[in-house]
Ligand binder design. Sequence first.
Ligand code: SAH
Length: 210
Amino acid sequence: MVNDQIIPRGIKDQAVLAAMRRIPRHRFIPAFYSAFAYYDNPLPIGHGQTISQPFVVALMSDALALQGAKKVLEIGTGSGYQAAVLAEIVPHVFTIEIVEPLATEAARTLAELGYRNIHIRVGDGYQGWPEEAPFDAIIVTASSEHVPQPLLDQLAVGGRLILPVGKAFQELQELVLYRRTTDGYERTRLSLVRFVPLIRKDQSSQPGER
Ligand code: SAH
């Protein structure tokens, strides 16, 4: 998988490549699809959700430039695979999942694989995890029409936030990287991706598009 799908597409971060070589991706996939665990696609994980394509996991992890990072926040635990990749690289991973059964299943898989540095919370990741902020990196693995302000607020100076930005159920979204500087944020557009949308329980509280 790493040699065929990830290195040829230009991912160079050795820690990301090593993590993805080490992690048994089939353990994060429902048994019905496990034959496809190392294929070049996203796969269904139940509840209408998907585990991302391996290359997209690599691309987002690489863009976060995780060397030296201590605390990382993920929104959208899903299967737990992305959290495992992060946990191989940084000391503390915090991850939030809104669908309770997915969080429970991910927690079980990650415990079975021996991860002790991943903290899972059930809830709306839009609000981030203020008690643990600031984070050196934040990764949102569901798409949103705008970047959630609480996540920008919870990013450390020098930290990076990556998320797919675009309309729900549109074909493609833009992968956007924010870097927090001493006086603001730098925004870079990376590529086009396809993600499931970020679920909002109370749409009326959404601030306007940024
Ligand atoms: N990172 C996952 C894939 C995530 S798919 C993996 O490695 O498998 C997107 C996930 O985001 C889904 O599990 C979905 O339930 C979750 N999600 C959607 N809206 C959310 C929200 N507001 N807060 C937290 N999680 C959310």
